[in-house]
Design a binder for this molecule. Structure first.
Ligand code: ADP
Length: 613
């Protein structure tokens, strides 16, 4: 090998430079986390090798005892963190320690504000990883060799964290990775057994491999989830959460259970207290780690929970799956079905009890994760459980942040009321002020105010709750059935026949723009509104589909007019300007439900003319 290829100097990816800068300046006050991050990487490296060695025992090079060693040299002012895990070859060192390839990276950078405190929180959520070494060190040297490669294939990576790093090929007898941190000025308190040990206890006690200082193992080194619940404190669970999730904030809730039945497994599942940056990225990684008889198998085991529970973090340890299970095998495994069902039910039960007993926590959960959970109504087996967990704004309070459950709604229904009413719109205010609600407000009937984009989809999947049909107030011929008395009905029929001529005339004037024009009783204050035919796509959904660049069926709305409104009454006697009036009536109904006019300038001109006439 020539010298040029042995030694080279490379630049960090731009994002890495930015991250390094931020980290050193924002996380300084919380500098101890660097040790947790580096120990976590060392532990992952051991897990990876253990897993790979299941297929290729030679990788262990005769030694399967995994260990993480921590040491320091007071005279040289260095710390070392070493593991006998998988190690890295040259390409891996260059790409793993020179770039960031994580999902959510773009999101992360777009959220940076330049405010140190806020950015520090954000970095905490993002997970700082290897680069956190530079919080305390002004030079980091990594000596590593990938398991199974020859001793002359070792790699030395070194950087001062400023912008560049160097890599060189070296001799290295041991497999695995050793980091040497040359401490910055003022970090000398880390050069102490006592100090290092206390940091390890605080952050890394539950790491599965022994963490050794000198001759002593200083951590618990056992799988926390395998210990009996009675031995564990809330603090133990919280510390373990930080370990598996890299989230600094305490979790909102967790469930720890040993399941014995057709399948034997242990679950320790957490609901975080806030949404991660990539929550709405459906490809974001899942947070559950799979173990088989305490041997780590894989991160992000997406088969263990459905995508709509992708925010859950934790560990599932199976007693039955084969140790050499791969992602591909998992997909075909019947056993995984049982695990998935078990985990799904467990989380939904946890959420239900949170909703029942800790309303405030549940409402925090709903604010952050409600939109994701809603996706689950498509899951036949979980639909019923999820429908009880759903929360919506409602005319009961008319407050965007005060949500009601479907059960609350049903409990408040009028004795003669058969259906659950809802309105969908693009914003809370558009829903709350929708003309469609007028008659419901007058009659004191509660209506759910849906303004989340997924809500259209939720109500398409969820057509009933506890035997009560969910009905859009903006669809079909409004029939309030028993909610209207005979006198009202009779009056409506009379008005309809009386205004028959007018509705037909408006329909002719509007032509292709409408499917039909008819009298309505849903309005009390507005002159007109648009409704979708029973089986047509609603106007709101059509707009959402278009905005998302999808094809929306070209359905025409029905224009409904309020027979008592002065504008409508006046129209009966209108001559020359009838067409303008009809157009304005249609356009304002479209605007009121959040739609966009085809020709806004024309609308304005007509309004001005009518104002002057
Ligand atoms: P993350 O651990 O979140 O992926 P890091 O910045 O901590 O991000 O590490 C980047 C990558 O570098 C890791 O994914 C891993 O592949 C590699 N790496 C870091 N530390 C080690 C180590 N001790 N042994 C082997 N590989 C490591």
């Amino acid at each position: 090998m020539t010298t040029e290829t042995t030694q080279e100097t490379l630049s960090f990816q731009a994002e890495v430079k930015q991250l390094l800068h931020l980290m050193i300046h924002s996380l300084y006050s919380n500098r101890e986390i660097f040790l947790r991050e580096l120990i976590s990487n060392a532990s992952d490296a051991c897990d990876k090798l253990r897993f790979e060695s299941l297929h290729d025992a030679a990788l262990l090079e005769g030694g399967g005892d995994f260990k993480i060693r921590i040491g320091f040299d007071g005279a040289a002012r260095t710390l070392t963190i070493a593991d006998n895990g998988i190690g890295m070859n040259r390409e891996e060192a260059i790409s793993n320690l020179g770039t960031i390839a994580r999902s959510g990276t773009k999101e992360f950078f777009s959220h940076l504000t330049g405010d140190q405190q806020k950015d520090a929180n954000l970095i905490g959520q993002f997970g700082v990883g290897f680069y956190s070494a530079f919080i305390v060190a002004d030079r980091v040297t990594v000596r590593t060799r990938r398991a199974g490669q020859k001793p002359d294939q070792g790699v030395e990576w070194s950087s001062d964290g400023e912008g560049q790093f160097s890599v060189a090929t070296i001799e290295r007898a041991e497999r695995g990775t050793e980091l040497t941190l040359h401490l910055r000025e003022g970090q000398d308190d880390l050069l102490s057994d006592w100090k290092l040990e206390s940091i390890i206890h605080k952050y890394s006690d539950h790491v599965m491999q022994p963490i050794v200082m000198g001759e002593r193992t200083v951590n618990q080194a056992s799988a926390l989830w395998a210990r009996p619940k009675s031995e564990l404190t809330d603090d133990d669970y919280k510390a373990f959460y930080t370990h598996v999730s890299h989230d600094e904030e305490a979790p909102l809730a967790w469930v720890h259970a040993k399941v014995e039945g057709t399948q034997e497994y242990t679950q320790l599942l957490y609901v975080p207290s806030h949404a991660p940056l990539d929550l709405h990225d459906r490809n974001a990684r899942h947070g559950v780690k799979l173990y088989v008889r305490r041997v780590f198998i894989m991160d992000d085991a997406e088969q263990l929970l459905p995508p709509w529970l992708r925010f859950v973090r934790g560990v599932v340890d199976s007693a039955d799956l084969p140790l050499n299970v791969s992602r591909e095998l998992l997909q075909q495994s019947k056993d995984i079905e049982t695990l998935r069902k078990g985990c799904t039910t467990r989380v939904l039960t946890l959420l239900a009890s949170l909703a029942e007993t800790e309303k405030e926590k549940y409402s925090k959960f709903w604010t952050d994760f409600g939109r994701v959970l809603k996706e689950g109504v498509i899951d036949f087996g979980s639909k019923d459980k999820i429908s009880k967990l759903l929360r919506f704004a409602s005319t009961h309070t008319d407050q965007p942040e005060e949500n009601v459950s479907l059960a609350d709604y049903v409990a408040r229904m009028k004795p003669e009321q058969q259906q659950i009413f809802f309105v969908t719109a693009e914003t809370f205010n558009a829903a709350k002020n929708s003309p469609h609600l007028e008659v419901f407000r007058k009659k004191g009937l509660e209506v759910l105010l849906l303004s989340d984009r997924v809500d259209e989809w939720v109500v398409a999947q969820l057509t009933e709750f506890e035997g009560k049909e969910l009905v859009s107030v903006a669809k079909g011929d409004l029939d309030l059935g028993k909610l209207e008395d005979e006198a009202e009905k009779k009056q409506q029929e009379e008005e309809a026949s009386h205004l028959k001529e007018l509705t037909e005339k408006i329909a002719r004037s509007l032509g292709e723009r409408v499917k039909q024009v008819r009298i309505t009783h849903r309005l009390t204050q507005s002159p007109a509104c648009l409704v979708a035919d029973d089986h047509d796509v609603s106007g709101n959904l059509a707009r959402i589909l278009k905005a998302a660049g999808q094809k929306a069926p070209d359905v025409k709305p029905i224009l409904e007019i309020n027979p008592k409104h002065p504008v409508v009454l006046r129209l009966q006697n209108e001559g020359a300007k009838f067409d303008d009036w009809a157009s304005v009536l249609f356009d304002q109904a479209l605007l009121a439900e959040g739609g966009q006019l085809d020709d806004p300038a024309m609308f304005v001109r007509r309004i001005n003319e009518l104002m002057l006439s």
